[in-house]
Ligand binder design. Structure first.
Ligand code: ZN
Length: 1002
């Protein structure tokens, strides 16, 4: 007999598959009919919270294949896919489960006797979105304190697998030893077990190398702050999980538990101080580890660089304050991909290690490394660990699964130290008593690697780091590509709030420095923390139930009202201190145009006015070019608004009437830089002609709204159907086209198109002196399982596209069959034809999903999944995207700056009162860098107010930058600081893609 046959035969002596024995029953457990198994041997039933009752009577036989069972423990192993599970044994409720707590090893008897009858009844509720399933039902007879055939079979499997993988020369000896199993005496338990024992003895020399290996166990429960349940439930889940862990630690003192998310600790601290105290004690006693360092475990692809800083700032600050120490281990096990600049940002917060397991979910490529240096484009490197795969939400201590992983791990990394995270996750639980008992048992087996509980940090510190591979790229998750687009409202709120809080902090700082207006530190921090919570990896990606979004939207609204009030207060305070020059007219109303960006800009500005009889004058009392818009706003051209500054203008009424220019436009827009022709039959763009460079950029119709059926992915909200291109839907139908404006400041054509039951209203807009075609969009979106993209086929050719990411940009190549067929970007993507020295940027104000080929750029506008939120994305959606044709590449064309401008419009503030004592000048540039590749990302009060002001910039073009800055605020650089605002070596020049933070003093 082959060794594997011997092992299987042994295993069947104490193990029995009872999956086919279930009977469909009534709620009372009365049998109706036998079940039918599908080809995978699963019992399945309909989706839609359908209840399935199953029952079976277990009669303990005298023996299995001859082996006597009397006196053994009996356990039932079950694995299900059901959102609610109740297990009854002899009509007594014993245990509950759900989609995450999805398996059990339930104890049916401590000591069975022949003929003993046990009735098990299950009540299983299918998920609303998916069929229900019972995948596995197995009876196991075992001893907890002695060997038995099933246990020995597992030991033999493990040693066999190790020998086969690493010591094949010893396989023959192993096979020969197994021939000594005393099958003739299988009915005599004592004799048979003795033969097993002597086989174990003879195999021990072969098993010695197993003990050179060690499992490091860290108890864990990945808790989703909100997902298929609301946040309010997560608080309770966290509380129960933490209590359960602390209780288990009384019986299993070796158990170490690790958890992330300062927000959860903060809630426990507030609402259950005793529990918090107990956690603190466990932390001091080294049996509790703080992980993560971010405020929550956020989505990190889509959030801005400053949001990443704030996740870490408030997270680490909380740990430092409450536990006396920051964490060294970044922990994002479940986040959907990781941006290129993350190592640099993590390092700025004292983080040494980065841990995730998510790349195990890749649909195409196996991520090649287990332990590696992950490097940012500036050269910062962080030690990174792929934690063991956990696709089911539960990681137990099954010895075969553990050693299978260990073998793969060692083959991949050469490392004999193995990390393992036992515990029930997602909806809480953590490690169970049974997991710990099983682990204890295997700890004693000579045929299993060593096993001990360790902190993640201890484990990581123990690993050999010489000759590690370097991953110098983003960590792209080849899955969940729909999350760049799903729940477009969350994306729009996020972008708006990130920029609003930047502006609010900047101008509150300036109002304090200039005018001693109190700095609203508490309000800003609490608004930031709401944003950080909503960036959680199932909220911002759009993958939760409706209730979660109702609450998230309340938080966004609170951030918007706080943020807008803070900004308005600061700007108004500044405006009211302006020393006004002589007005051009006695009734002229002064107002300021504020620019929050750190470069000068010129822009057409739209003012709400009461009548057409008004005009705008500039500081020198010169009339500004103006135009009345189609909706009766006064447009004027504001020239040279200073960097982080403002400029005064005057609104004068009762003057000459400003005209609307209603010449028939022939569906062409022409501002002297671009000539854009709209097709009057389709509403697409026929031509975008760059007049200066005499170049047509469109190869075929531009702004085609391409719709596709996008259905059939189990992870509906998460995944775009990889074959979506094969299912195009009918083209849009033009309902109307009209010229709204035709210069001299703005040219605008409105196109209304229908797509199924949905309507797209799009305004094509050109402004004076701007080489950018804006497409302002309002959609009434009513489609189901539909993906819509806007396509721009270009007369260019490039084998890569550049995309903006947090604090930088990344080039992604257009390789055939590349899994990166849908990627994310922040505010822009750019396809530049190097040979032609010409490119096109596609900007957006709140979208993130893109794709590109050598000759085409597309932006993903909308999706409409139906699970977990059946109404995701339905209704009114507003967004703007823009096409920017340019000579040279995105760097020379200043795409970064144009995209910031699209996202951070100027702010208009009318001056309400003014006095002689005012001293602020009517035009001011408070802050400017001589290097234009530096982007100001944060200007705020330092966390310790008395220390001064914090200024953070990033280098945006992959080039060096000298630090030469002018400020009118009497500030000087005190020192360079890290993310936690601790002094570091002075940064005197920025290298490509570097992020730098300084403490400023006045
Ligand atoms: Zn998660």
């Amino acid at each position: 007999m082959s060794p594997l046959d011997n092992i299987a035969k042994l295993s069947h002596l104490t193990r029995r598959d009872v999956q086919k024995n279930w009977l469909i029953s009534t709620a009372a457990g009365k049998p109706i009919q036998p079940v039918t198994l599908n080809e995978k041997q699963y019992i399945i039933w309909a989706a839609g919270r359908q209840i399935q009752y199953l029952t079976q009577k277990i009669i303990v036989p005298e023996h299995l294949a001859g082996y006597p069972l009397e006196g053994m423990e009996l356990r039932l192993i079950l694995t299900w896919w059901a959102e609610d599970v109740k297990i009854y044994v002899n009509n007594q409720f014993i245990q509950a489960g759900d989609l995450f707590d999805s398996s059990t090893r339930i104890l049916l008897s401590n000591s069975v006797s022949t003929g003993q009858e046990i009735i098990v009844t299950l009540r299983l509720v299918s998920p609303n979105h998916d069929i229900g399933g019972l995948m596995k039902s197995e009876l196991i007879y075992e001893y907890s304190d002695a060997i038995y055939p099933g246990f020995v079979a597992d030991e033999l499997t493990i040693i066999h697998n190790y020998l086969q993988t690493f010591y094949p020369e010893n396989l023959a000896a192993f096979t020969a030893t197994l021939e000594n199993i005393d099958w003739d005496n299988v009915t005599n338990k004592d004799k048979f077990n003795q033969s097993l024992e002597s086989i174990r003895q003879s195999l021990q020399p072969l098993a010695k190398p197993l003990k050179e290996r060690s499992f490091h166990l860290l108890g864990h429960a990945h808790l989703d702050m909100a997902w298929l349940w609301p946040l309010a439930e997560t608080w309770q889940v966290a509380k129960n999980t933490f209590i359960s862990v602390l209780n288990l630690q009384k019986d299993f003192p070796a158990l170490i538990f690790g958890h992330s998310s300062p927000l959860l600790y903060e809630w426990i601290e507030k609402h259950h101080p005793d529990l918090f105290q107990a956690i603190l004690e466990a932390y001091k006693g080294q049996s509790w580890e703080l992980l993560g360092g971010m405020w929550v475990e956020p989505e990190v692809n889509l959030i801005s660089g400053e949001s990443l800083f704030r996740q870490l700032l408030y997270g680490q600050q909380y740990f430092q304050e409450k536990f006396g120490q920051i964490t060294k281990t970044a922990w994002l096990p479940d986040t959907f991909g990781f941006p290129y600049q993350l190592p640099q940002i993590l390092k700025s917060f004292g983080i040494k290690y980065f841990v995730t397991g998510k790349l195990h979910w890749n649909d195409t490529t196996k991520f090649p490394h287990g332990f590696f240096w992950w490097q940012s484009p500036d050269g910062s490197k962080i030690l990174s660990l792929m934690s063991p795969p956990n696709v089911a939400g539960v990681m137990d201590t099954n010895p075969i699964i553990m050693t299978d992983h260990a073998l793969n791990w060692e083959q991949q990394t050469g490392l004999k130290e193995i990390f393992w995270l036992p515990g029930v996750g997602d909806h809480g639980g953590g490690p169970t008593r049974d997991m710990l008992e099983v682990a204890q048992r295997w700890q004693k087996s000579p045929f299993f690697p060593q096993l001990k509980f360790s902190q993640a940090k201890t484990y990581l510190d123990s690993l050999e780091t010489s000759n590690l591979p370097i991953w110098d790229d983003e960590l792209y998750l080849e899955f969940h590509r729909g999350c760049y687009t799903t729940h477009t409202d969350q994306k729009a709120y996020n972008r708006y709030c990130e920029i609003l809080l930047y502006q609010g902090e900047l101008w509150s700082s300036l109002a304090n420095i200039l005018l001693e207006i109190p700095y609203p530190k508490f309000e800003i921090e609490s608004a930031w923390k709401k944003v950080l919570l909503n960036q959680f990896h199932d909220i911002l990606p759009g993958t939760s139930i409706p209730e979660v979004f109702r609450y998230a939207n309340q938080l966004w609204q609170q951030v918007i009202s706080t943020g807008e009030a803070i900004l308005d207060q600061a700007l108004q305070a500044i405006a009211n201190q302006i020393n006004l020059p002589n007005p051009p007219h006695p009734q002229a109303k002064p107002f300021l145009v504020f620019n929050s960006l750190n470069w000068e800009r010129t822009q057409v500005i739209s003012l709400a006015v009461e009548s057409a009889n008004c005009s705008v004058y500039d500081l020198n009392n010169c009339l500004c070019p103006s135009q009345l818009s189609h909706d009766n706003q006064l447009l004027f051209l504001a020239n040279n608004i200073p960097s982080v500054g403002y400029k005064l203008f005057w609104l004068v009424t009762n003057q000459q009437t400003t005209e609307k220019n209603l010449i028939n436009c022939q569906f062409t827009l022409d501002n002297g830089l671009l000539k854009v022709t709209i097709n009057s039959e389709t509403g697409d763009i026929d031509s975008i002609f760059d007049i200066i460079n005499q170049k047509e950029i469109l190869q075929a119709a531009g702004n085609q709204l391409q719709a596709f059926k996008d259905q059939g992915q189990y992870w509906d909200a998460w995944n775009i159907d990889p074959n979506y291109q094969q299912y195009p839907l009918p083209k849009t139908v033009l309902k109307s086209i009209e010229c709204l404006e035709y210069g001299p400041l703005r040219w605008q054509i409105r196109v209304i198109r229908s797509l199924g039951d949905s309507e797209f209203c799009q305004d094509y807009i050109l402004e004076k002196d701007s080489p950018i075609l804006q497409i302002k969009t309002i959609v009434n979106w009513q489609q189901e399982h539909t993906l819509v993209k806007t396509a721009f086929p270009l007369t260019l050719n490039s084998d890569f596209t550049t995309y903006e990411i947090a604090c930088g940009a990344i080039e992604r190549y257009h390789e055939p069959e590349s899994p990166k067929w849908e990627v994310y970007a922040h505010k822009w993507a750019d396809l530049t034809d190097t040979e032609a020295n010409y490119g096109v940027s596609l900007l957006n104000n709140n979208k993130y999903g893109y794709d590109a080929t050598n000759q085409q750029l597309r932006l993903t506008l909308l999706r409409s999944p139906r699970w977990p939120d059946p109404e995701a994305d339905l209704g009114k959606q507003e967004f703007t995207y823009a096409i920017y044709p340019h000579q040279g590449n995105w760097k020379t064309a200043k795409t970064v700056h144009h995209a910031w401008q699209l996202n951070s419009p100027v702010t208009i503030i009318f001056i309400n009162n003014s006095s002689q004592s005012n001293w602020l000048p009517p035009v001011a540039q408070w802050l400017k860098f001589s290097a234009d590749n530096l982007i100001l990302m944060s200007f705020k009060q330092s966390e310790t107010a008395s220390r001064g002001w914090v200024m953070r910039v990033y280098e945006c073009q992959g080039e060096n930058a000298v630090i030469d800055w002018q400020n009118q605020l009497q500030l000087t650089i005190k020192e360079s600081i890290d993310g936690l605002e601790r002094a570091i070596d002075p940064v005197e020049q920025l290298s490509p893609w570097q992020i730098a933070t300084w403490l400023l003093k006045n």
